[in-house]
Design a protein around this ligand. Structure first.
Ligand code: ACO
Length: 328
């Protein structure tokens, strides 16, 4: 396949930082439980004026600036999210309008926490069809709009945020090569992690109040096992397909769901913890935004240097999972 590049990165976090002690006032939980089971200490919660499109817009502007591009140069917009502003219109169309654009194709992509890597691989395919393409891909989530704050087993795990990248068919100064990527899905176990309410199989009824089915429902233990197995397998497969081993990789950026999942992946792939990027302690699980936020941070902080090979891997509802290999 022809090469494809990431030419700019950006992230945006909503302004409100929420500590575990803050959550102690909302549900029967403790800082100690949350830290020891998940590694999470803080996360950001969006306010009413910070819906998914606004977070996406802020991340997109930073990615454009980082790429040295204007919005007018964009050819496509893909947004990975499970917590868009509305069912209709799509967040990608809202974002297109906010960027002052008209006409270029824009769509949302539903792959939950794997949404950003699904967007990346879709953009890679588009750059084969349209080598001149300059595609804005965004993972943006207001997970708190889909969280049941009466369910302590889920509401302490997630946070809000957005990360964006500009994917181009042609290299620019400082652009990062996307070596390869791989996507997987298994719908037979999709019922382990759901938001059913509002869908056509779970219709809202006028005058009836909504129930817990409108929020994230999860079998945490089973999700944990699948997440570790799938991210390890797909990472190993992608490396093998490209004639590489984990020794060739300078940094792994796994989906930031839970420190215990991240540590289990490191152990099974036999990779030292210094080679695994972690920000789940500060940011929690931001679903589709998790990978682009972590990637943007790792580049901005100097953790990723030119010449490095970086492996991204994600897992989410569906189930969906994915990996991508980058050459800086
Ligand atoms: N505070 C205090 N106690 C709690 C809380 C909480 N927030 N949540 C659960 N508990 C209690 C439970 O009620 C249970 O009590 P019991 O034994 O009296 O019944 C006890 O803690 C243990 O619960 P477990 O579910 O066994 O705890 P576990 O060690 O499995 O950890 C967790 C739960 C953190 C959810 C874990 O299963 C997990 O991380 N799973 C993966 C979840 C995840 O990351 N999903 C997202 C990945 S995919 C995506 O990003 C969309």
């Amino acid at each position: 396949s022809s090469p494809c590049f990431i030419s700019g990165l950006g992230l945006h976090l909503p302004r409100t930082l929420v500590t575990n002690s803050d959550l102690e006032h909302i549900v029967d939980t403790s800082d100690e439980w949350i830290r020891s089971r998940t590694g999470i200490a803080t996360r950001h919660f969006a306010q009413a004026d910070e819906p998914c499109s606004v977070l996406a817009y802020n991340a997109a502007c930073k990615a454009l600036e980082n790429a040295g591009m204007t919005a007018q140069e964009l050819t496509h917009i893909f947004v990975g999210t499970f917590s868009g502003d509305y069912n209709l219109p799509s967040t990608a169309c809202l974002l297109q309008d906010m960027l002052g654009l008209k006409g270029i194709p824009a769509f949302d992509l539903a792959a939950a926490c794997s949404g950003f890597l699904y967007c990346l691989e879709t953009a890679r395919a588009y750059t084969c069809m349209y080598p001149e393409a300059k595609i804005l891909i965004v993972g943006s989530e207001v997970t708190t709009s889909r969280l049941n704050f009466e369910d302590r087993t889920t509401c302490v795990l997630f946070g809000d945020g957005a990360g964006a990248a500009i994917v181009t068919g042609q290299a620019n100064p400082g652009s990062v090569k996307v070596i390869d990527a791989m996507l997987k899905a298994d719908g037979s176990v999709g019922s382990l992690l759901t938001v059913h309410g509002g869908g056509s199989a779970c219709k809202p009824v006028l005058g009836q109040t909504i129930g817990p089915e409108y929020f994230v429902e999860m079998n945490g233990r089973d999700v944990f096992k699948h997440a570790v197995r799938c991210m390890v397998e797909i990472s190993a497969n992608l490396l093998e397909k490209n004639g590489l081993t984990t020794d060739d990789i300078d940094l792994i950026i796994p989906h930031q769901a839970n420190i215990r999942i991240i540590e289990a992946i490191g152990k099974k792939l036999n990779v030292d913890s210094e080679k695994i990027y972690v920000n789940v302690d500060r940011i929690g699980n931001t679903s589709a935004a998790s990978i682009p936020i972590a990637l943007t941070e790792a580049v901005a902080s100097g953790r990723i240097q030119p010449g490095m090979k970086v492996l991204l891997t994600a897992f989410g509802g569906g189930f969906t999972w994915a990996s991508a290999l980058l050459q800086f």
